[in-house]
Design a protein around this ligand. Structure first.
Ligand code: UDP
Length: 239
């Protein structure tokens, strides 16, 4: 059913919060399993898939800095949180029968390969799902920026951002029931209206390469294969 996908290679950004499921911290194994099953289905259909996993379900540098922690130190802790999530996702994908590699932007040779662009491409050409961990490897960045960066480097056709809501709204729909939902937006709209979808660095990087961003709700079984077919509700950010 996904075989007619127009995409050759895609990057899926999974926020740390998506892995919490109904919880408010940490990881809900059932949720990771569900997302992994969807990724497995897409990978089996022949689309090359790579992932960037967030860490906000465990640790965020900004939040720690607000409580007095050194920001840079907090950001490194946040990057390590993404490695924990990446290992959980790798485990779930392997259980689903998919070959994977974790590539970390911070060297951690016992558990992950170092990030090497050409090697990452090669893994995907062999049908492996590559999980990019530790963000960009630099403090003061986010995993959204890492997602835009890696998607550009991997020459992905599109960056899918799996979130808690079914697209981009004019305001947080959970607090403003009358918020307007957009089907499509330009990079400029997102920046000028300061829409809370991805930080400006991520949007700018995507714009640099005319990389389309598709924002969708990842919280139901089948959501990722569905949005890949262009079905259901989502917001597309393009030129
Ligand atoms: N982080 C960082 N540099 C990066 C990516 C992430 O310093 O390139 C840190 C930052 O502290 C961030 C945390 O890792 O708060 C977790 O990532 P993020 O907040 O992007 O995760 P998400 O919101 O997707 O769960």
């Amino acid at each position: 059913t996904i075989a007619n996908s127009q995409y050759r290679r895609v990057l899926l950004k999974v926020s740390g919060e998506a892995l919490m499921g109904q919880g408010s911290f940490g990881i809900e194994p059932g949720m990771v399993e569900m997302i992994a099953d969807d990724i497995a289905a897409v990978s089996r259909s022949g689309v090359q898939v790579c992932l960037v996993i967030g860490g906000g379900n465990i640790f965020r540098g900004v939040a720690a800095a607000a409580k007095g922690m050194d920001r840079t130190q907090g950001d490194y802790a946040g990057m390590l949180a993404t490695v924990i999530n990446a290992l959980m996702m790798q485990n779930a994908l392997e259980r689903a029968g998919i070959d994977t590699r974790v590539m970390s932007a911070i060297q951690m040779s016992a558990i992950a390969e170092p990030y090497i662009r050409r090697r990452a491409v090669r893994h995907m050409e062999k049908g492996r799902v590559v999980i990019f961990a530790a963000g960009t490897g630099n403090p003061f960045f986010t995993t959204d920026t890492a997602a835009a960066l890696r998607a550009n480097e991997m020459e992905c056709d599109v960056l899918f951002k799996g979130t808690q809501v079914d697209g981009v709204y004019s305001a947080d729909p959970r607090r403003h029931p009358d918020a307007q939902r957009y089907d499509s937006l330009s990079y400029q709209d997102v920046l000028a209206r300061q829409l809370n979808v991805m930080d400006a660095a991520a949007i700018s990087l995507a714009r640099e390469n005319a990389l389309p961003i598709v924002v969708f709700d990842i919280h139901s079984a089948g959501a990722f294969p569905k949005v890949l077919r262009g079905e259901g509700r989502f917001t597309k950010i393009i030129e």
